[in-house]
Design a protein around this ligand. Structure first.
Ligand code: SAM
Length: 281
């Protein structure tokens, strides 16, 4: 396990993924009934962009670092919760703080909602457990995220989200992601599942995601491209598959993604995708 998210926190992929996460949570929060979020690959929860790791790659500068200027009002509406979470963690932990998915849950969940934070790396799990052990509705578990995905659904609350955000260190992880999602959806047909994937070789991504078209539930394929996908070894885009997306998510991302593609583009190339797959497409 070599991947450390501290090198990548706040990059363009985090911005896209965390924005979508805040929109899904905002949707779940509209109803009074409690819900559960299972974060299968949680990381350490909160990052400091002034650390050696973050400074060495400087990735955040081309991600959250480019969001200081406001966008047009319709885009800012979609970014509202994401910006509120950023402001809250900066206020509490300092101007260079950046929230990972657990910190976003910490800010947005109500006391009656629950978050399960699964992390396999022993040191990262320890940081996570130490950070949230006093937060009654968050629980950090030292477990394999894929095992957790199979074992923890459907949750008692019967509504909620599973965020699947693996490091993609091993070959075949993309196919595994789709296969695991399929199994999970069969086990919990009404749950929302959001799974992140890297976009490097676009044709390989298309091939791996093709089975989504045969999923029994609606699927939204979201992508943000910040560089022309010419080099199959380079991360040029960020993808998120959302199964059972909130009905508002497509329109929201169709508003935000073009603006992010414009703002986060490198060498003048920015693009996005917002594609329905599955039975509704
Ligand atoms: N979801 C986090 C966020 O948005 O802030 C970032 C997660 S990072 C991309 C992936 C994390 O998965 C790393 O912290 C890594 O240690 C952890 N990891 C790797 N393999 C795992 C496994 N099999 N089960 C659970 N966690 C794993």
């Amino acid at each position: 396990m070599n991947y450390r998210h501290a090198f990548h926190a706040g990059n363009f992929a985090d911005v896209m993924k965390h924005l979508a996460l805040t929109r899904i949570l905002a949707h779940l929060l509209k109803k009074d009934a409690p819900f559960r979020v299972i974060d299968t690959h949680a990381g350490i929860g909160l990052y400091d962009l002034a650390t050696d790791e973050a400074t060495r790659t400087g990735e955040w500068r081309e991600g959250v670092g480019r969001l200081e200027e406001p966008f047009e009002p319709a885009v800012e509406d979609v970014l509202g919760e994401y910006r509120a979470v950023l402001a809250a963690v900066r206020e509490r932990f300092g101007e260079t703080a950046y929230p990972g998915s657990p910190a976003i849950l910490r800010e947005m969940l109500r006391p009656k909602d629950r978050g399960i934070l699964v992390e396999l790396h022993p040191a990262d799990h320890e940081v996570l457990a130490e950070r949230y052990h006093q937060v009654a509705n968050l629980k950090a578990l030292h477990l394999d995220g894929w095992t957790a995905l199979g074992a923890m659904i459907p949750p008692r609350e019967k509504r909620g989200l599973v965020l699947v955000d693996p490091p993609f260190e091993e070959p075949g992880e993309m196919d595994r992601l789709v296969a695991e999602l399929r199994r999970a959806v069969e086990k919990w047909p009404t749950g929302i599942f959001a799974a992140w994937y890297p976009v490097k070789d676009l044709r390989a991504v298309d091939r791996s995601l093709a089975p989504l078209a045969g999923f029994p539930r609606p699927v939204l394929r979201l992508e943000l491209h910040v560089e022309r996908p010419n080099d199959p070894a380079k991360l040029t885009g960020s993808g998120l598959v959302v199964v059972n997306p909130p009905w508002t998510l497509k329109a929201e991302m169709e508003t935000a993604l073009p603006a992010l593609a414009g703002r986060l583009a490198r060498d003048d190339y920015g693009a996005f995708r917002c594609q329905e797959m599955g039975p509704q497409a």
